[in-house]
Design a protein around this ligand. Structure first.
Ligand code: HEC
Ligand code: HEC
Length: 315
C-alpha cells in the first residue's frame, strides 16, 4: 500500500475496519488509473520505451525508402531476395494506406505470428521468425510509439516475385517447416547480461536473419547459426560472426564488437558498408553502451563455426 499514506487508512476519520477502507481506496486508485488510460495522451515513458524497441528492431530500416528520400515508415523500400523483390508496406497510422485502422491485437498478430488482419500469412521477408520472441511489454510500447508517429498517405507497392513465390498461399507450407512461434525464454544458467544480449540479437535485432545461411527454400540452417551466408539479402555474402579464429570474428574482443555496433569501424579500421552500414546507422548506434556490450558478450559465447562465406577474404 505504498500509494496511500498509512495515516489516511488507519486515521481517526475512518471508523470502518481497516481492510474495508483499504479496499475502497484501492478501488478509487484503480478508477483513477483507468481514467488516466482513457485520456488518449500516451505516457511519455512508454513512447520512449517504444522508440527504443523500434530502433533495436530495425523497423525504420526496411519500412523507409531512404534511397528515394521517402517519408519515415511510409514503406516502398525495395528488398531484393533470391525469390524476387519485396516492397515493405506503409506502417504509419494513415487509415487508408497505413495501419491506422488496426487494433493492437492485429498488430501483435502481424509482428509475432506473421498473420495479416485478413488471416493471410506474411512472407518471411518480414522477419517475424525473429520478432515472434518479442516480449509483451516491448510489443505494447512499440505499438504506442508507432501510433504516435505522423500518418503518411502513400499506397503500398505490390511485391515483384517470380512464380511460384508470388502465390502467398505457399507461405503456409513454408511456415510449417520453418516458423516456430515462441516468446523469448531466458536461460537461467547464463548471466542477465548474456540473456539481454541474446534477446537483442535474436528477437529484436534479428541478426541471424542475415548472418545465417539459408537452404534453397529460404529457411535458416539453424545448426549454422551466425556462420554467415553466401548469398545474403541483395545477393552479397554476409560474414561469419561466430568466434571462429580464422573464419569468424574470434580475434575481436567483446569491446571491439560493441564499438563496431556503435561506430561501424572494425578493429582493422575498415568501415561497415552496405546492409550492415544501414543496420548500424538505423539501429545499433541508437542502443545504450550496455546493450551493445550485451550483444557482444552473447556473440562471443556462440560455438565457433568453421565456415567462410565466399567472396569475403580473411587472413
Ligand atoms: C528485413 C525487413 C523488415 C524489417 C526489419 C521489418 N519489417 Fe515489417 N515488413 C517487411 C515486409 C517485406 C513486409 C510485408 C510482408 C508481406 O507482404 O508478406 C512487412 C510487413 C509489416 C507489417 C504488416 C503491414 C501491412 O500493411 O500488412 C507490419 C505491421 C510491420 N511490418 C511492422 C514492422 C515492425 C513493427 C518492425 C520492427 C519491429 C518491422 N516491421 C521490421 C519487412 C520488414
Ligand atoms: C540486413 C542484413 C544484416 C543484418 C540484419 C545484420 N547484419 Fe551484420 N553484417 C551484414 C553484412 C552484409 C556485413 C558485411 C558488411 C561489410 O562487409 O562491410 C555485416 C557485418 C557484420 C559484422 C562484421 C564482421 C566482419 O567480419 O567484418 C558484425 C560484427 C556484424 N555484422 C554483427 C551484426 C549484429 C550483432 C547484428 C544484429 C544486431 C547484425 N550484424 C545484423 C548484414 C547484416
Amino acid at each position: 500500500m505504498r500509494y496511500f499514506p498509512q495515516h489516511l487508512v488507519a486515521g481517526r476519520l475512518f471508523h470502518a475496519p481497516r481492510a474495508l477502507t483499504s479496499a475502497f481506496l484501492l478501488l478509487l486508485w484503480a478508477f483513477a488509473a483507468a481514467a488516466q488510460g482513457q485520456t488518449g495522451t500516451p505516457d511519455a515513458d512508454l513512447v520512449n520505451r517504444g522508440a527504443y524497441v523500434f530502433r533495436a528492431g530495425g523497423c525504420y530500416e526496411c519500412h523507409t525508402d531512404t534511397k528515394n528520400k521517402g517519408a519515415a515508415l511510409a514503406g516502398g523500400r525495395a528488398l531484393p531476395t533470391p525469390f524476387g523483390t519485396f516492397y515493405a508496406p506503409n506502417i504509419t497510422p494513415d487509415p487508408e494506406t497505413g495501419i491506422g485502422r488496426w487494433t493492437e491485437a492485429q498488430f501483435a498478430a502481424a509482428v509475432r505470428q506473421g498473420l495479416a488482419p485478413d488471416g493471410m500469412p506474411y512472407y518471411p521477408a518480414f522477419p517475424y521468425t525473429s520478432f515472434t520472441q518479442i516480449r509483451d511489454g516491448d510489443l505494447h510500447a512499440l505499438w504506442v510509439y508507432l501510433r504516435a508517429q505522423p500518418a503518411v498517405r502513400q499506397a503500398n507497392k505490390p511485391h515483384d516475385l517470380g512464380f511460384p513465390f508470388n502465390l502467398r498461399m505457399l507461405t503456409w507450407g513454408w511456415r510449417l517447416l520453418y516458423f516456430h512461434p515462441a516468446r523469448f525464454t531466458p536461460d537461467a544458467s547464463q548471466s542477465a547480461q548474456w540473456n539481454r544480449g541474446a534477446y537483442l540479437a535474436n528477437a529484436l535485432g534479428h541478426c541471424g536473419e542475415c548472418h545465417t545461411p539459408r537452404d534453397p527454400l529460404g529457411g535458416l540452417e539453424t545448426d549454422m547459426r551466425y556462420a554467415g551466408s553466401n548469398d545474403g539479402a541483395e545477393g552479397k555474402p554476409v560474414p561469419n560472426i561466430t568466434p571462429h579464429q580464422k573464419n569468424g570474428i574470434g580475434t575481436w574482443s567483446a569491446q571491439d564488437i560493441a564499438d563496431f555496433l556503435g561506430s561501424g569501424m572494425t578493429p582493422e579500421g575498415d568501415f561497415a558498408g552496405g546492409l550492415m552500414g544501414d543496420v548500424i546507422d538505423d539501429s545499433t548506434k541508437y542502443l545504450t553502451d550496455d546493450d551493445r556490450m550485451a550483444i557482444a558478450v552473447y556473440l562471443k559465447s556462440l560455438p565457433p563455426i568453421d565456415f567462410r562465406p565466399h567472396g569475403k577474404q580473411k587472413q
